[in-house]
Design a protein around this ligand. Sequence first.
Ligand code: HEM
Ligand code: HEM
Length: 385
Amino acid sequence: MYRNTPRSYGAVARAFHWATALVILGNIGLGLLAHRLPMDQLALKFTLFSLHKTLGVAAFALGAARIVWALSQPRPVPLHPERRAETALAEAVHWVLYASLMLVPLTGWIEHAATEGYAPILWPLGQGLPMVPKSPELALTMAALHKTLAWVLMGAVALHVAGALKHALIDRDHVLARMVTGRAAGRDAPGGGHALPVLIALAVLGAGAGWALNVPQPQNPVASLQAQASEWQVQEGDLAFSVRQMGAPVRGGFSDWTASISFDPDSGTGAVSVSINLQSATLGTVTDQLRGPDFLDAEATPVALFEADIRPEGEGYIAEGSLSLRGETLPVALPFDLVIEDGIARMQGATVLDRRDWGMGAAYPDDGTVGFEVALEVSLTAARD
Ligand code: HEM
Ligand code: HEM
């Protein structure tokens, strides 16, 4: 009754099948909808993504339990073993479905764990995953895999459902009834597993994954900035920022920027000019929106410029000047700490800007969806030329 026999699906296998089917179909709908909803409905988009992720993690747990159960059960024999191609196709589709049941939620989950903030899973566990670093590159790779494998899953579900309908409506046999009512059907002959369907399934999944990994990632269309003449040469540095999206902090950064720094350690005064390649900005999976016309508008004005004078202030220093961004030049002050040892300067500074001052994100007039405050963080080491 609860267990499978060689001719029938038991109650547990059937309950698992229809529960996973429901969750998977529901989550395909949520994923497609959330992904297509325009950015100007950000609050709804985020809610749908949170639901999608929560249901997806549940699908993963349910799918794992289902697979563990299936491994302990005999698999009912095919009803028409003499139709070899059809049977092999049906079996291959089953293997793709079983594999996708794990791979689709897992890639989505890793993508989520590798990004910060962005539409939380609606329970406290699993926002991060062990051994998954916060990394925009990893998140983009996993996003590509997740989307492609989700499409492979959708194709497999379409074939699978078409097959079930064909059996019910055209063949009028007991294939669907076996899964719905648990009725026994088929010849009780020992049917060994075949390798061909597994190979077909592996080939399909491998082709999907290979395709996803070879889709070119967005490239920097702008050539890297030229190094500037500078008294102090930046050896390494980090220009990062964080904003709140739906109340959760998200970190981004600029990978391409150059600085020209003059500084006299005795008087503690100097000047700094920083050019920032806006096409090098990244922010998790919303990098395109960040570079787009609503925010940095990197195409129209690809370089932002910060020019300031340095003077001592309190325990540390302050760089006071202006930041030109999106054709708007406004005063900015950056307090920073500085330690000079053996001719190597290590500086660390932070300041908070208001995105509205530069006219950024006008489509998001509330602080709740995209925070007004942008926290900038700079750290660098520089050596005297
Ligand atoms: C409304 C949609 C669906 C219908 C009508 C349906 C119908 C069926 C039927 C009739 C079988 C038995 C096939 C046989 O005896 O050879 C079956 C098996 C199976 N279905 Fe579905 N299914 C649906 C959705 C799904 C979805 C969304 C999944 C995704 C994971 C799925 C995964 C599977 C798997 C893995 C098997 C093979 C079970 C085994 O023998 O180990 N099904 N389905
Ligand atoms: C069975 C589980 C799941 C299914 C069937 C599924 C399916 C989908 C589908 C169909 C899309 C839209 C793809 C497109 O429009 O091209 C999508 C997108 C997405 N899914 Fe899932 N998903 C599942 C689980 C998860 C989980 C567990 C997470 C995270 C915890 C997740 C995170 C995402 C994200 C972030 C996107 C948007 C990707 C992007 O635009 O970069 N998904 N998913």
